[in-house]
Design a binder for this molecule. Structure first.
Ligand SMILES: Nc1ncnc2c1ncn2[C@@H]1O[C@H](COP(=O)(O)OP(=O)(O)O)[C@@H](O)[C@H]1O
Ligand SMILES: [Mg+2]
Length: 283
């Protein structure tokens, strides 16, 4: 096909030889199949920042280190320069996250680099050599669902081990290849240490994946991986190969009414003593 305008610079630079077809037009990016020498790869072309919701973006951006204050102010002002900077942060977040996660034992497409706002990625293929389907496009046995759910929960754990929460995990952003789930689509990845919403974002990610796999293995709906993982995080016990159970003891301690009543009585007696002493002094 004729090369889209945004990919032309990569062709001019010899990074891409040919654009084969448009693969998918998502809400935030257009993905193409491209040929680079002998290899078929994906080219993810980010849509303009104006096409995305700023409100949601602000929640995710919270705490993201943007030290240069001119840059920060410009981003806040939504000036043209600001929009460009926001766009750049968005794009580099994805390529950085892909590189970090590949090293952290999370199955993600290999990133070949970000060039002029176009991310070159390993094409994930299924058993048949065709482009791998998204979870949303497949069904599976209960056994497979249990296995893959456990894998994804471990990926969530490993992401948090390197300080990241995906932030948009769902059956639309996980592909299925021969070996199981492959996580994609990370421009909104959240820095857990610097974001006050990190826990609820992680809970949302875990819940959407659990609901998906529970369609095939209903008992998964009763698991509590988000709480378990977050507790490990808070206690400083996160390890990439930590054993997860999905069980979580929510605090069920009953209020001990008797002890509370006794404390109130004691405080009352103290106060009566104090008043008595005071009146004795006054007399
Ligand atoms: N590495 C890849 N291999 C195969 N297909 C991919 C790959 N990356 C993206 N896709 C396809 O392109 C779609 C859009 O990519 P995604 O990164 O999710 O961007 P968006 O923000 O537009 O959702 C995905 O749902 C998937 O079908
Ligand atoms: Mg997506």
């Amino acid at each position: 096909m004729k090369a889209p305008k945004r990919i032309q610079p990569l062709i001019d630079d010899g990074l891409v030889d040919e654009v084969l077809q448009s693969l998918m037009s998502g809400k935030e990016a257009q993905v193409y199949l491209v040929r680079c020498g002998q290899e078929i790869r994906c080219a993810k072309v980010y849509k303009d920042v104006a096409a995305r919701s700023f409100k949601k973006a602000a929640q995710y951006r919270e705490g993201r280190a943007i030290r240069n204050s001119r840059r920060h102010r410009a981003m806040e002002k939504r000036s043209k320069f600001g929009r460009e900077q926001l766009e750049a942060v968005w794009q580099t977040t994805e390529v950085d996250a892909l590189n970090v996660l590949a090293n952290a034992g999370v199955r993600v497409p290999k990133a070949y680099g970000l060039f002029d706002g176009v991310l070159l990625l390993e094409l994930i293929t299924g058993a048949d050599g065709e482009v791998a389907p998204r979870l949303n496009d497949i069904t599976m046995s209960a056994e497979q669902a249990r296995k893959d759910h456990a894998t994804v929960m471990h990926y969530v754990l490993r992401m948090l081990c390197v300080g990241l929460v995906h932030g948009d995990l769902s059956e639309f952003n996980v592909l299925q290849d021969e070996n199981g789930p492959v996580i994609i689509d990370l421009p909104q990845a959240v820095n857990a240490a610097g974001n006050n919403n990190a826990k609820s974002i992680l809970q949302h990610d875990v819940s959407s994946m659990t609901q998906y796999y529970a369609k095939f293995a209903p008992e998964l709906a009763d698991t509590h991986f988000a709480e378990e993982i977050w507790e490990l995080h808070e206690n400083g016990d996160l390890r990439p190969d930590a054993k997860l159970t999905g069980n979580f003891e929510f605090s069920t301690e009953e209020v001990d009414v008797h002890t509370v009543q006794r404390l109130i009585d004691l405080a009352y007696e103290d106060e009566q003593d104090r008043l008595k002493r005071e009146s004795q002094r006054a007399n």
